[in-house]
Design a protein around this ligand. Structure first.
Ligand SMILES: *[C@@H]1O[C@H](CO)[C@@H](O)[C@H](O)[C@H]1NC(C)=O
Ligand SMILES: *[C@@H]1O[C@H](CO)[C@@H](O)[C@H](O)[C@H]1NC(C)=O
Ligand SMILES: *[C@@H]1O[C@H](CO)[C@@H](O)[C@H](O)[C@H]1NC(C)=O
Ligand SMILES: [Zn+2]
Length: 319
């Protein structure tokens, strides 16, 4: 009883360090819509009835265990501390500078990609790997998970809908909750259906091939192209062909770094673009943040499906 009580207290007092459950579930449910045959079959049998056979309910798991002593080691895997200067307009993520000799979300994605594919591991170990991927492909799209400044915004006081919070928590939960209440009947399924419709036939349809190309949208067009085409498949082929996964296992992976840089760029354009006392969940700041959050959640869900499809079906199978 004491243990349960203190664990609860700890998680209630510890600053939020991830998209809240709503954001993570959204990423998982979006991904679930785009899985191909073998990926879907693995997801369903691995997650089973505990998670209603779906990446949606399984996505928040990694946050629910990270303050437990058995999983405390996984806490640093939820982010990468980019040592850039967003307030000076300089945003960047560098693997050696920011992940360095420690582990971070980039190495964790490499690790759990290898582990989910490894048939010599137990069903429980592969389920754990799947749940971590489900979660980390969401976190890497949250701009403040790829930012070191003020502990990813956790140490910056903020206001959301008149309530005191911090900048990180506003991006994890406050703005999204406000948006779900205002536009989606406070319902994750309604929100997911809207994002999936944008991907299949709406505003995002023309963007999806770019989402999977792993070319940085900040790179000049002349530098993109053939060399970097089909990078998800290339990333995974290289990773799975390694006989032993070393600490530097991220090195063959290009896509997660591109995704991290893309999310981090929003720290320069949008996340820190407010004056003190701005209420982040109303007015112009809120209006510019919501489209970013919608896009990042939809995109990371689609990328999660593509990633699993390549692992289990050999190709993304997605436009
Ligand atoms: C479980 O999944 C089924 C099939 O996808 C769905 O119809 C049902 O609503 C889900 N149940 C819950 C509790 O989410
Ligand atoms: C890789 O996964 C195993 C099993 O969860 C874990 O013990 C190890 O710390 C992980 N390493 C990294 C870098 O993610
Ligand atoms: C930054 O804030 C200004 C003033 O509210 C706004 O006009 C502009 O659109 C914002 N820029 C971004 C990228 O959100
Ligand atoms: Zn997280």
């Amino acid at each position: 009883m004491f243990f349960i009580g203190s664990a609860f207290l700890l998680s209630a007092l510890t600053p939020a360090l991830a998209w809240g459950n709503l954001g993570h579930e959204t990423v998982g449910y979006v991904a679930q819509e785009f899985l191909s045959t073998n990926a879907l079959s693995f997801v369903q049998s691995s997650l089973g009835s505990t998670y209603n056979k779906s990446l949606g309910p399984a996505a928040p798991w990694a946050d629910s265990v990270k303050y437990e002593s058995a999983y405390r080691w996984s806490a640093p895997y939820h982010f990468v501390d980019a040592m850039d200067s967003p307030l000076q307009g300089s945003c960047s993520v560098e693997e050696s500078r920011d992940c360095g000799d420690d582990d971070c979300i980039l190495t964790a994605i490499a690790n759990y990609t290898t582990r989910v594919a490894k048939t010599s591991l137990s069903a429980a170990q592969r389920q754990e790997a799947l749940k971590f991927l489900d979660h980390f492909l969401g976190d890497i799209g949250q701009p403040l998970h790829v930012e070191n400044y003020e502990v990813g915004g956790n140490d910056i006081d903020a206001v959301c809908g008149g309530e005191s919070t911090n900048l990180h928590a506003a991006w994890d939960t406050g703005i999204l909750t406000t948006s779900l209440d205002a536009s989606y009947s406070s319902s994750v399924p309604t929100y997911v259906a809207a994002l999936v419709a944008r991907i299949k036939s709406g505003a995002y349809k023309s963007l999806t091939s770019d989402w999977l190309s792993c070319t940085s949208t900040t790179e000049p067009v002349s530098k993109r192209g053939l060399v970097r085409e089909a990078s998800i498949a290339r990333d995974i082929a290289r990773l799975l062909s390694e006989t032993s996964v070393k600490r530097a296992a991220i090195t063959p992976l290009e896509c997660p770094l591109v995704w991290a840089r893309e999310a981090n760029a929003y720290d320069c354009s949008t996340v820190f673009n407010y004056t003190s006392n701005t209420d982040l969940c109303t007015g112009s700041y809120y209006k510019s943040a919501v489209p970013v959050i919608d896009l990042q959640l939809a995109k990371q869900g689609y990328r999660l499906a593509a990633w699993l499809n390549v692992i289990f079906d050999g190709e993304t199978g997605l436009p």
